[in-house]
Design a binder for this molecule. Structure first.
Ligand code: 13P
Length: 251
């Protein structure tokens, strides 16, 4: 059956020293207690190698927040999937709404990034979600369906089975406005039905679908109690150990 996962996305926060300190603190906490989900932290590129060297990867997974849409070469400032993999990271967050909105990442670019991540042995945490105007027009279902189809539905069953999805309604990210448990369950169930129609019920049932958007310790329990919500992708509340572990402990 699918895994429950709590993943942090640090975004553009923390110096290298601050990041290593937080990763080390989380690693120590996780070494001394049993938790009921996989725990992952997504860090800036420059933190990855040091963070990976500081944690037990069996207890605390490490994700990049992006990777390039090219294999290698003259792409100044970019970081390839192979480079991410060489740090020891196991995951890469792709398709975050901030990347889509601020850096022009199209479904076609994201399709390439997903394929390169998989080719390099990284597990993509693929983000989807509608903006407020789309939610208000009740278009959230068609929006997420298109995002999934355009970037993921050329994958083989074998490759698709490696994907983790994160539904993040853009209107809930960093706003303090969380989707209700019922809204999350409704769209997660819809997403699973879209996966089932393409790849079959077994693959859909095995796919972890995380919720993201102002998820914190105080609402995580209610969100994670839904049958189709398999954990969270956490921004602000992933920036300190107490808040983040409060969410992990919701499982
Ligand atoms: P917040 O938890 O800060 O709303 O961010 C969610 C997010 O974007 C995680 O990727």
């Amino acid at each position: 059956m699918r895994k429950n996962i709590v993943a942090g996305n640090w975004k553009m926060n923390k110096t290298l020293q601050e990041g290593v300190a937080l990763a080390t603190e989380l690693n120590e906490i996780l070494a001394s207690k049993k938790v009921n989900c996989d725990v992952i932290i997504g860090t800036p590129f420059i933190h990855l190698a040091s963070v990976c060297a500081s944690v037990d990867s069996a207890k605390l997974g490490v994700a990049a927040e992006n990777c390039a849409d090219h294999v290698s070469g003259a792409y100044t400032g970019e970081v390839s999937a192979a480079m991410v993999k060489s740090t020891g990271a196991q995951y890469v967050i792709l398709g975050h709404s901030e990347r889509r909105a601020y850096y022009g990442e199209t479904p076609a670019i994201l399709k390439t990034k997903v394929e390169l991540a998989l080719a390099n042995g990284l597990t993509p945490i693929f983000c989807i979600g509608e903006v407020l105007a789309e939610r208000e027009a009740n278009k959230q279902f068609e929006v997420v369906e298109a995002q999934i189809k355009e970037s993921l539905f050329d994958l083989s069953v074998e490759d698709f089975s490696k994907i983790i999805l994160a539904y993040e309604p853009v209107w809930a990210i960093g706003t303090g406005k969380t989707a209700t448990a019922a809204q999350a369950q409704e769209i997660h169930a819809y997403i699973r039905s879209v996966l089932a129609a393409k790849y079959g019920k077994k693959v859909a049932d095995n796919c972890s679908i995380l919720y993201g958007g102002s998820c914190k310790a105080s609402n995580a329990g209610e969100l994670f109690a839904n049958p189709d919500v398999d954990g969270g992708l956490i921004g602000g509340a992933a920036l300190n150990a107490k808040d983040f572990m409060g969410i992990v402990d919701a499982f």
